[in-house]
Design a protein around this ligand. Sequence first.
Ligand SMILES: Nc1nc2c(ncn2[C@@H]2O[C@H](COP(=O)(O)OP(=O)(O)O)[C@@H](O)[C@H]2O)c(=O)[nH]1
Ligand SMILES: [Mg+2]
Length: 294
Amino acid sequence: MSWFDKIKRGLLLTHDEVLLKVKKSFAAAKESDVRTGLEEALLAADLGPELVEECLKKAGGCKTWEEAREILEEELLAVFRRFPPAPEPAAFPHVVLLVGVNGSGKTTFAAKYANHLRQSGFQPLLVAADTFRAAAIEQLQVWGRRAGLPVHARAQGADPAAVVFDAAQRVKGEPKGVLVVDTAGRLHTKVNLMKEMEKMGRVLAREIPGAPHETYLVLDATTGQNGFQQARAFLEAVPVNGLVLTKLDGTAKGGIVVRIAREAGLPVRFVGVGEGLEDIAPFDPEAFVKALFE
Ligand SMILES: Nc1nc2c(ncn2[C@@H]2O[C@H](COP(=O)(O)OP(=O)(O)O)[C@@H](O)[C@H]2O)c(=O)[nH]1
Ligand SMILES: [Mg+2]
């Protein structure tokens, strides 16, 4: 399945919901009805009031959906144009740290992403740095066995910084080694979270120059704006430089992807479109917008 087909499948619920509303509104006779219908559709997709306002300013007077669509696509794409394209791992070992609240999809994404990296010719090592619950370590090991991917883990309760230290030793010297670090999502207190994250970051930076190269905040798209508010503590605790939106397949409010990128001022790097190993797509703004409105 192509990346476009995957994004398209992930956006099915949103697409159907938005297009149904939009098409109905353009069938209305009065211009004010068209505008109201368009507003409802865009708000329902969860693009956020500010962006919807911008869109209406420019597309509110359009006579046809075709005309409006072009303007809306441009508005949405503009949100993503300010970000540089996703970098490929270049210096090795390369380290990607995954953070986010419990249940957001970190562990599942770690497995999907490691699989994607392997398919792209890299040598991923999954790192179980969520040592708070035994089940979390096991879950990553199950993924590792199922996908035939190596997992680095210690017993429950181990210091996450010690886990990443060992993992760094294991991957040193591998010409295309990439550490994919799954971390705990508990937001016990912001102070503890920061301390734990800082320590892990310090150890990684000492062992591997420039590490972590990428830190992704993993967000559950079905929890929308609330979920993002909950995860804000991570933005303060760690230097996040990219977003991953999971469970796009489970929501009709896929516009949240655009809203969060805009509000966080961060690029979306991947989207999750299901529970399987292959249900991941690198985020491509053009494909996203096309899949949404086509
Ligand atoms: N439908 C769907 N479910 C997902 C996706 N990503 C993760 N999940 C499910 O969300 C739940 C929580 O995921 P998990 O990776 O354990 O979250 P974590 O607590 O952040 O590590 C699991 O039941 C996953 O199967 C996705 O893209 N689509
Ligand atoms: Mg987990």
